[in-house]
Design a protein around this ligand. Structure first.
Ligand SMILES: C[S@@+](CC[C@H](N)C(=O)[O-])C[C@H]1O[C@@H](n2cnc3c(N)ncnc32)[C@H](O)[C@@H]1O
Length: 210
């Protein structure tokens, strides 16, 4: 089944969603896929990646971005520790903890693009700097692209999990100082937390190419 056909299924059977999916995403699922398909951050990442290349989607959730990449003829490897394989064409799925799964890669496993949307904030800055980024660098081909969107909000009881790190655009660019910056944006936005309550989120988007 093609990715876009498959991705619409959860809206017909929301009960089949895994427990990690929030109700807003379930309700708006097909609309989200279309919006995400069109969003400039994802589009910029796609345009910067080698056509038909191999993309790693870290913290893929139910696979909406993975589906978009597969639909655009990339080979996709996706990982999420909370979500089962949605069975998307062109997507290899791993239900695993990134921290344990990434170090198991053999030397030959290489990617043309690494997509990290709303995942970095769950890791400590030390883990990201000392372990995660060096590992990603090792498995990214020359000319490869990393897209990071991350956010932070001050701790609140209505958050499902506390955020472990905040990355400003400057801090992220410093981390990738030898790379070419394709996109960098930092902004604040009021958003609803999954368990309710509106909070001010600091959002950072950076896309870099090695
Ligand atoms: C905020 S959601 C972002 C999902 C998607 N990338 C997006 O932007 O819509 C974070 C996802 O990362 C997953 N996640 C968090 N920590 C993880 C870990 N250590 N290993 C694998 N997945 C993880 C969660 O299960 C969740 O689906």
């Amino acid at each position: 089944m093609r990715a876009r056909e498959r991705i619409a299924c959860p809206i017909l059977a929301p009960a089949k969603q895994t427990e990690c999916c929030d109700t807003i995403m379930q309700a708006d699922y097909s609309a989200c896929v279309f919006l995400y398909y069109m969003d400039t951050f994802t589009e910029q990442f796609i345009r910067a990646c080698k056509p038909g290349g191999h993309i790693l989607d870290l913290g893929a959730h139910v696979g909406k971005y993975s589906a978009t990449f597969a639909d655009r003829d990339f080979l996709v490897t996706a990982v999420d520790h909370a979500c089962d394989d949605p069975g998307l064409d062109g997507v290899r799925w791993a239900k695993a903890d990134i921290k344990e799964w990434l170090p198991t890669f053999s030397e030959e496993v290489m990617f043309d693009g690494i997509f990290m949307r709303n995942i970095l904030q769950f890791f400590s800055a030390e883990y990201a700097t000392d372990i995660l980024f060096p590992l990603l660098d090792k498995h990214l081909r020359t000319g490869g692209v990393i897209a990071i969107e991350t956010f932070y909000a001050d701790p609140a009881p209505s958050f499902l999990v506390p955020f472990a790190s905040y990355w400003s655009a400057e801090k992220l660019k410093k981390q990738f100082s030898a790379w070419k910056v394709l996109h960098s944006k930092q902004y604040k936005e009021e958003r609803e937390a999954l368990k309710g309550g509106r909070h001010l989120f600091r959002i950072t988007d950076v896309i870099v190419k090695n």
